[in-house]
Design a protein around this ligand. Sequence first.
Ligand code: SF4
Ligand code: SF4
Length: 553
Amino acid sequence: MPKLIIDGKEIEFENGQTIIEVAKKDGLEIPHFCWHPSLSISGNCRVCLVEVEKMPKLVIACSTIAADGMVVNTQSEKTLNARNAVMEFLLINHPLDCPICDEAGECKLQDYAYKHSAGESRFVETKNHKDKRIQLGPRIMFDQERCISCSRCIRFSDEIAKENQLTFVQRGDHVTIRTFPGEEFDNPYTLNTVDICPVGALTSNDFRFQTRVWELSSTESICVGCSRGCNTEVWVRDNEIKRLTPRENFDVNSYWMCDHGRVNTWKNVNADTRIDGCLKDGEKISWEDAIKSVSDGLTQYQPEEILFIGSAFASNEDNFLFKKLAEKKGVHEVYFASAIKPGDADDILIQEDKTPNSLGASKIGLTGSNDNKSLSKKISDGKYKAAFILEDDLTRLEEDVIKSLQNIEFLIVQATNENQLTKEANLVLAASTFAEKHATYTNFLGMVQRVKPAVTSANMDRALDSMSKSRWDKFATTFDRWGRGKKYDSKPGWSILSGILNEMGEEKNYQMAEDVFDELAKEISDFNGMNYDTIGSGGALLKSFTKQEAETV
Ligand code: SF4
Ligand code: SF4
């Protein structure tokens, strides 16, 4: 393998790699604004200039191909002087906005101004002021004078979103980006440009001025907006989600996520419609009474009179225990409703299946079909007198099918938020959302992925108080259980179902989601050998899927 030397260290590389790539792979960051590993090279910011022995001038590390025997110096006097000069140049017209800028705290320009600049400017003239509020598209606000013309947003739009919607106009210090006349910056992926904009020039309408970023905790999770399951970070302050950002996973979503997933899929977590504790015929009751009422109520019916509807929105753990519960009652067919939106997909990330776990539900043995016809027929048959519905409002089914459900004698609904069915249910059990629990979901590529609690429920606080130190260490993530903000009295689905199973005489005592998953992994062959540790941050593939299938992103 060829080798080069960077700052005295010998590093092996593959032919064709650039200096910046070789350095990055070895853990050395050469400063850069315009370079992004997933975009074409534009080489316009010049901050990655480095000195290469035997080359007369400094070269930009982002576009210079590494060569065997090359000796690179990223810290020589010549390099540092050039870097300082580039920083001074970029800051000439940049406004002193950090105290009011959303990007402050995660801004490359701010960071580099501390790390790589001389710390003072010789520029005494008046800065060139530009427009600070241009609505580029429905979700993005553009601050012209913060832009450093790196072209990342233009290249993202052209190369990743495949929409040529942005371009540079004007020249010199008047250069700016804009959309083509009469057009908006509007495609399903626009908000990724907010992430990759190295400064605060592009801000999200949804997150703008909500909080300072250093006041947020972040927790690894996945998006539940479709069967892709893009990897995310959930950002929380005062027990409220403030934003989602994509997390790198080359087997699932690369660096990106869609705008719908980022903006819409978590709003139910903090919504006024959350179910807060259990209800019996509309009246609040304790968890103990609710669980006893489910158990006693179901005892009144024969197996053929009870309908169990699981959910492609619920986790693997929840569906697994739901199936066990049905079997305990002698019911062997458990259904789930699909949520396919024909045509609402692309060859980037978005999938037609708008649930996060239909593959997991099927693998666990639940029955579902794309058109939901057989499920609707079953419900409308009129032979069921009792029904238990797990975490799905079923609004996709026709109105008269929903009416048939509402007319059932004994209706149990386990839900996170109020819906048509919770209003009619005899018993409502308050379930935690994806953001309040440990759980796994299986995406359409067969990748089993974890979510972790980013937001605390009232019940989680109680559970944590009684948890042993070793369990606490395993359970605790970055969420702030002592933070302010509303905490709902909900429980993870598996925990509610395990309580009901115990009430029905099942002796097994599941303490954590992980206990349920371990059993699932033993019983269902496709999950054999997996556990929360092997799934880790990046997911683990079902046994019947191959890596090639996962690499179709
Ligand atoms: S708006 Fe941001 S990403 Fe786009 S060119 Fe300006 S600095 Fe670069
Ligand atoms: S593509 Fe699907 S999983 Fe990914 S962010 Fe969008 S809705 Fe969420």
